[in-house]
Design a protein around this ligand. Structure first.
Ligand code: C5P
Length: 424
């Protein structure tokens, strides 16, 4: 695969091997990474050494294997820190239940965990274990924690296990793991030079000094989008409503808790943005008047008059072409997703709309996962499964990047950086 060769050539990749029978597959993985031009360093846990000898890896990589957290390298530097800093990516394969537990708890007793913990490089984790271990709540909790760290999990597959039983837990095939690594690099920096504005979270419309009308939006999807855009090299402004997660580091955060505040922030940022992703759940109505004093219980019914909020994204949709960014809206619908999303795309003047179903057996609100369908003017353009929100964000940026690139005039596509004009 030519694209893959390009994507991995010259990349420094640390492969961390832990003690599963699947460690033999790490040999193939390391060979395939090296064949694609990557500079591969292998770190092993003591248990991994019971399955595969370090000489096997050293023969393939022509580099020393690190299996001792106390080891110094040839320049008397701390070897695991040197590797952690040099790595462009870290691939933990196979990752045992024990390794997942250590990583999730920050226990760094060996070379593999020490490198993963010390490094700022992206970490790809390919677990392998018995089916019972994989489905155990402790393992699943640890995997969820690693996802929160931003680690990418290459899910184990169903098949025959070391025990002879069949179930989930087999290490993903080396080709699938390589694909995940290539994907990481193929897209690295693809938003370089672009200013991306993402709104996230729910708005709160005050009723009185202590009460508000709000919604259950957690801001997780918007935060994942902002983080993924940052990792791809964009300058990111996050317009944050009420969020249950911290905004990612390295992005400019503008707090905007009410729909009015969000409108001002979005309208201010949009003309300087290349891409606007309106992931926030903006309240459609606000109380006509917020009481200056806490509303007292009176025993009577309380009537609250609600007035419609301005449709922020529709206002951006009406901006003149020379200042209007590429716009992606969200549509959370309880039914008839396709028709409602299509109508919103048209009425609000959006380029793309991300639709998801809320309520019912699966509810994306507040969840770490989401199942979305993206609609363009021609209809539904994706068929994605349920995925962790960070992976949804990555796929969305792949798509947005492609669409945005297509509509950008040819001459501008070569512009080194900065804002590009569109739609001339
Ligand atoms: O109409 P609805 O609220 O379902 O539309 C959802 C999309 O419109 C989201 O992208 C949301 O951020 C945006 N929106 C907005 N201003 C509003 C309401 C929604 O920008 N007042």
């Amino acid at each position: 695969m030519t694209e893959g060769l390009g994507a991995l050539a010259g990349r420094r990749i640390v492969v961390g091997v832990s003690g599963s029978i699947a460690a033999y597959k790490a040999v193939t993985l390391v060979r395939m990474l090296a064949e694609r031009g990557a500079v591969v360093d292998v770190a092993m846990t003591a248990a991994a050494g019971r399955f595969v000898g370090r000489l096997t890896f050293e023969s393939l990589t022509h580099r020393p294997v690190l299996d001792d957290v106390f080891e110094l390298d040839a320049d008397q530097q701390i070897a695991h820190i040197e590797l952690a800093e040099a790595a462009d990516a870290i691939v933990l394969a196979p990752a045992t239940a024990n390794l997942l537990g250590e990583l999730a708890s920050g226990l760094v007793g060996d070379a593999v965990t020490a490198i993963a913990c010390a490094s700022r490089a992206p970490v790809i984790v390919a677990p392998a274990m018995d089916a019972g271990m994989w489905t155990h709540p402790a393992t699943q909790r640890n995997v969820a924690t690693l996802r929160e760290f931003g680690y990418l999990i290459v899910e184990p597959e169903v098949g025959e296990l070391a025990s002879g039983l069949t179930g989930i837990g087999r290490l993903a095939e080396p080709a699938s793991i390589i694909e995940a690594v290539e994907r990481l690099f193929a897209r690295a920096g693809d938003l370089e030079g672009l200013h991306v504005v993402v709104s996230a979270g729910g708005t709160r419309e005050p009723l009185d000094p202590v009460r508000f009308i709000g919604n259950r939006s957690s801001g997780k999807m918007g935060a994942a989008l902002a983080e993924a855009a940052r990792d791809r090299g964009a300058a990111v402004t996050l317009i944050a409503g009420s969020m249950s997660v911290s905004p990612p580091r390295g992005v400019t955060v503008v707090d905007a808790t009410t729909a009015q505040a969000m409108r001002e922030a979005v309208l201010r940022a949009a003309p300087n943005a290349d891409i606007l992703v309106m992931a926030a759940a903006v309240a459609d109505f606000a109380p006509a008047r917020a009481s200056q004093h806490k509303i007292k219980r009176s025993g009577e019914n309380l009537q609250i008059e609600l007035v419609p909020n301005p449709d922020i994204v529709a206002e951006v949709g009406e901006m003149p072409d020379d200042v209007r960014p590429f716009i992606i809206g969200f549509a959370a619908e309880s039914d008839d997703l396709e028709a409602n999303a299509a109508a919103k795309l048209r009425d609000k003047g959006l380029d793309l709309i991300v639709g998801n179903v809320v309520g019912g057996p699966f509810d994306a609100i507040g969840s770490d996962e989401n199942k979305v369908t993206v609609f363009a003017a021609e209809g539904a353009i994706t068929d994605w499964p349920m995925l962790p929100k960070r992976q949804v964000a990555e796929r969305l940026w792949d798509l947005i990047g492609d669409r945005y690139g297509q509509m950008r005039p040819q001459a501008d596509a070569t512009a080194p950086s900065g804002r590009r004009r569109r739609r001339q």
